[in-house]
Design a protein around this ligand. Structure first.
Ligand code: FAD
Length: 719
């Protein structure tokens, strides 16, 4: 995320700033003073006497969420050296190591939670994902390869197959006797799965499906477990029977025995990748590969011996999306894994930032990096974002568990779940990449050393933005859902509701056009930074600003797209394309609002006063950061006066950063990762030891009078 450059800090408090201190007395009463070593001017505002102390242990448990036990068990297993990534392994050695680790996961019953009790599972969908996300701390390759085996391959058999498939296939898949691939993507079609080229044609005489790859672009590609280890695959193909194409369905297809590929199956290794090199990604193609008719995973569509197709879902489009929807857990887990990666990166960068010293302003002690305002601006908003991502993920996971356990499993629930997935996965995967990169830079040269993990983490997480649904493509799904809801609302609205809406719109337009709203703000705030500050830090104001932005963007694009209903298909598509960027922007804004709401809900439930206070500041930093990032929009649309816009930046720089600086270490400690998870030399206290040794050396030299004279001190005497 790109943050605006902070404004230059003021050194002398003005009358307005004093007023800021007064108006903010509610929070100032318990506010944290800036760190003793914070040499910035912003300490001028730190008037409080009581620095809040976070209950780190409690907050740690709170962050672990509903499935704390599963997370802890997984973290305990991932603490073991045999699960850890080893820097600099060759691709071949890394693949072998991860293969062995997958067997360890299976042997430790670490992968069965989501499966039925009769298959040794626990029907625990939330716990399964929570545990899986924590695997990332050992090695993202291990996480993703195990995700392919149990989260995609096995899950496809479970969710798209029926009882005979479960009983026949799942035991060996769960025990890892049968490693497998999830073969959906083709070289020619990734995001647009409905257009894949692979066919599965029913041959009535043999009662078999015949799988074929009709052209090179229809080769399956990028599949985990396909290059070396996969013995079978769930293959997605166009189901054709009686010369009718019923669309994409999933088939169980054996790939290899001990002698290599089975007849008709071929493939290639994808080779070295930008990251995740512990996984054997590869390509597959099929030439007249025959499988029994009953190896169609037939939960949503079936073919009888006579070749008749049947499905409980009449619409091919809905059927396809229902099938894909059962695999939403991949997006849930990538969202959570991105939170884990962000927590790791920030733990490393914040710890280093509180020990590393560079430059001296006073001529004596060198400054700790995190005492520099710019360093705070780089790390603290990202810390706030990570908390927002973490709380939003917990809401998401709870929703996922409710749907998959059957507790709340209506069509509407499933659609909501998919929309949340499509909104949050892009924000958190992109967020993690930005957070890891900034953490890397914040650690300087040390950040670039493999032993400090950030570069490898960045490389491994890179593709999280693309697989399980490319981020830009997913956000379009969110936008379409928002537009559909919007149009439904007004399609069903009675005349009264519609009239009311039109009046609202007219008022809104009139206010904005004439600048009345802006003028009103200017009048109210005139001469009072205090009042502007009071407005922007208020929870309701933040909610109003963020919600209003989403609603306005939706209404705006909906109005522009309204003619599409009357246009021919190609023209309507062109009109959509004309506003595609705006659609994605509004979906992004919607995702941010979800994160902000989740953060706010989580904060409101905290009973411990100091902890709630610190997390309220952190939530404010997140919310105001979002508004500051889109300040141009708020100003252009007259949602903020210039005074309030300025107040946001001032409040962040002058209040929130100094207050949160002393809390930073506790806030990362609450993430709960021990040295066995972090495994970065610079996060072990080693830098602090080095710094102390250096300072002792100089202090000792001074005490002994052995300090050489500085040339600069000689210069005036010469003059
Ligand atoms: C390491 C790795 C592991 C993988 N594992 C598996 C696996 O196990 N099984 C499996 O089936 N697949 C797997 N995949 C495939 C992955 O899911 C696809 O790469 C992904 O869905 C994107 O498809 P694509 O690569 O064809 O990109 P494309 O769909 O061609 O997209 C390329 C770019 O175009 C943009 N774009 C596409 N459509 C639109 C549009 N309508 N509007 C605007 N922009 C658009 C996208 O945003 C993207 O930036 C894996 C991929 C990788 C790299």
């Amino acid at each position: 995320m790109i943050w605006r450059l902070p404004s230059v800090a003021l050194t002398i408090p003005t009358g307005d700033e004093k007023a800021m201190t007064q108006v903010d007395e509610r929070t100032a009463a318990s506010s944290g003073a800036a760190s003793a070593s914070t040499a910035s001017a912003s300490t001028a505002y730190a008037t409080s006497t009581h620095a809040p102390v976070i209950d780190t242990a409690w907050l740690g448990e709170y962050l672990l969420g509903t499935w704390a036990e599963a997370r802890k068990q997984s973290r305990a297993l991932m603490a073991r050296p045999e699960m850890h990534q080893i820097d600099g392994l060759s691709m071949e050695a890394h693949r072998e190591r991860v293969l062995g680790q997958l067997q360890l996961l299976a042997d430790h019953n670490a992968v069965q939670r989501a499966f039925p009790v009769e298959l040794g599972g626990a029907n625990d969908h939330g716990g399964n994902i929570a545990a899986f996300e924590e695997v990332l701390v050992a090695d993202p390759s291990l996480q993703i390869k195990s995700g392919v085996q149990w989260g995609l391959f096995a899950a496809a058999v479970l969710h798209l197959g029926t009882e005979p498939h479960h009983n026949a296939l799942l035991p060996d898949i769960l025990s890892f006797k049968v490693p497998g691939a999830f073969a959906m993507t083709e070289t020619g079609h990734g995001s647009d799965v409905a257009s894949i080229g692979t066919t599965a044609t029913y041959d009535q005489a043999a009662d078999e499906f015949v799988i074929n790859t009709p052209f090179r672009a229809a080769w399956k590609d990028y599949l985990g477990n396909a290059a070396l280890h996969g013995k079978a695959a769930v293959v997605f193909a166009q189901l054709i029977t009686k010369n009718v194409n019923h669309g994409v369905h999933a088939f169980y297809v054996p790939l290899r025995d001990d002698n290599g590929f089975l007849p008709g199956v071929g493939g290639e290794d994808d080779g070295l990748k930008g990251g995740l090199n512990g996984i054997d990604n590869g390509r597959l193609h099929f030439t007249n590969v025959r499988i029994p008719r009953t190896d169609l995973l037939n939960r949503y569509g079936d073919v009888d011996e006579k070749g008749n197709y049947s499905s409980a879902i009449a619409s091919p489009g809905r059927r396809f999306f229902t099938m894909l929807g059962t695999l939403v857990q991949g997006r849930v887990s990538l969202d959570g894994a991105s939170v884990v990666a962000s927590k790791l990166a920030l733990t490393i960068a914040v710890r280093y930032g509180t020990e590393r010293r560079q430059f001296t302003a006073s001529g004596e002690e060198e400054e700790v990096l995190l005492d520099y305002q710019r360093h705070q601006r780089r790390l603290l908003p990202r810390l706030a974002q990570t908390y927002a991502m973490s709380f939003a993920h917990e809401v998401f996971l709870t929703k996922f568990d409710a749907v998959f356990s059957g507790a709340e499993d209506t069509d509407a629930d499933r659609q909501d779940l998919e929309t949340i997935a499509a909104a949050l996965k892009p924000l958190s995967t992109w967020g993690a990449l930005d957070i890891i990169q900034e953490s890397r830079e914040a650690c300087g040269g040390q950040g670039y050393l493999a032993e400090n993990r950030l570069t490898q983490l960045r490389a491994d997480l890179d593709i999280y933005a693309t697989f399980e649904g490319d981020n830009n493509v997913l956000l379009q799904l969110v936008a379409k859902r928002l537009l559909t809801d919007y149009s439904r609302k007004f399609a069903k609205a009675d005349a009264g509701a519609l009239a009311h809406f039109v009046v609202d719109q007219v008022n809104e337009a009139a206010v904005n056009r004439s600048g009345l709203r802006q003028l009103a703000q200017n009048v109210r705030d005139f001469g009072s930074t205090a009042r502007s500050i009071g407005y922007v830090r208020d929870t309701d104001s933040q909610r109003q600003l963020l919600t209003d932005r989403v609603q306005t963007m939706v209404a705006d694009v909906a109005a522009k797209l309204r003619p599409a209903a009357r246009l021919r298909r190609a023209e309507a598509a062109a009109l959509f394309n004309r506003y595609q960027n705006q659609l994605i922007e509004l979906a992004y804004a919607h995702g941010e609002l979800l994160q902000w709401e989740a953060f706010t809900d989580a904060v409101e439930q905290i009973e411990h006063d100091d902890t709630r206070q610190v997390l309220t500041w952190l939530r404010d930093l997140f919310g105001l950061g979002l508004i500051e990032k889109d300040l141009a929009w708020y100003l252009i649309h007259g949602r903020l006066s210039s005074a309030r816009a300025q107040a946001i930046t001032d409040y962040i720089d002058d209040r929130l950063l100094p207050r949160l600086r002393p809390q930073a270490l506790d806030l990362v400690a609450a993430f709960g990762y021990g040295p066995e998870h972090i495994r970065a030399e610079i996060a072990t206290g080693a830098e602090g030891v080095r710094q102390d040794e250096a300072r002792e050396y100089y202090a000792d030299r001074r005490a002994r009078g052995e300090e050489p004279i500085d040339e600069k001190d000689l210069t005036p005497k010469k003059r």
